[in-house]
Design a binder for this molecule. Sequence first.
Ligand code: ASP
Length: 354
Amino acid sequence: MRVLFVFVMLSMSTWAVSSEKKAISQPPFAIAIHGGAGTILKENLSPRLERAYHKKMTEALKAGYEVLVMGGSSVDAVQTTIVILEDSPLFNAGKGSVFTHEKTNELDASIMEGKHLNAGAISGVSNVKNPIKLAHAVMTQSKHVMLSGGGAEVFAEKNGLDIVDSGYFYTERRWNQLMRVLKDNSKSSRLSEDKDDQFSGLKSWPDDDKFGTVGAVALDQAGNLAAGTSTGGMTNKKFGRIGDSPVIGAGTYADNNACAVSATGHGEYFIRASVAHDICARVLYKNISLQQAADEVIKDKLVKMKGEGGVVALDPKGNPVFSFNSVGMYRGYIDKDGNVYTGIFKEPLKTEEK
Ligand code: ASP
């Protein structure tokens, strides 16, 4: 009995370890994120906004890390992290999502765990506050992998998720972005006939501010990987367009034997290239490092297809990997000593200002 008591006390003291420093005896765990990739130029980002991005990414990383320190699952860490990014108007996910051509918001998300390859995904929802929670509920509370539109919204209500009215997602920045695109499109359609309406919007998306999807990958103390991605999609999307973010194998993938990946970029290309799964498959079948596999897909295969974007990934030991072919990518991770690193541009990631 006494031995058991001592054992329980010892375990509890290990749990109480500060989130800043991992105890040496703990198995490895890790978390990394992205907040979208695109033509993110320093000159277009005020120092205040830049600081706000670093701060929010740091907050999200720390929250996920805390889940892992406490012995929580990588799936819970991914969800916790993504919820913070969804709730921030800075990113194109949840609050702050981009607008469709019809001036609505249609949100997509997915989550996957690497032990049993379970996954959940939702697309085209307009009233669910945190789409990543809905994707998680699909994975754990339904027999399905992907739900869409009205059906997904009913499922959200049935599972007690927060339902919001459409105004919740509005931000001036994203609204102005749509207005700009619509104006540019009407100018160009006056000049040339719109031959392929579905893709006319794609050609004229403004170069800045294109993306902003959020994603997280995590490894927990049990050695399980997970990945999740959440997005408002792409500005001016039409006809119920769905991108790569909710497509398992394109925007999100996790397999304990290979890696966990979350992607961001021009979804049409990421779907066609099966980006997330292809990276994991290259690790498995070619026996190459995760960095090499990610670079082969992002900096070679996708570049040849003219697809822009990037990924964040983790290997089964928890080493973070970033790869992007765009000018910048909001991204970050926490190292094995609990130090937080975030970055936006090509330069190496910066550690948190203390
Ligand atoms: N991949 C997303 C989509 O195509 C957009 C993004 O990553 O920003 O819907």
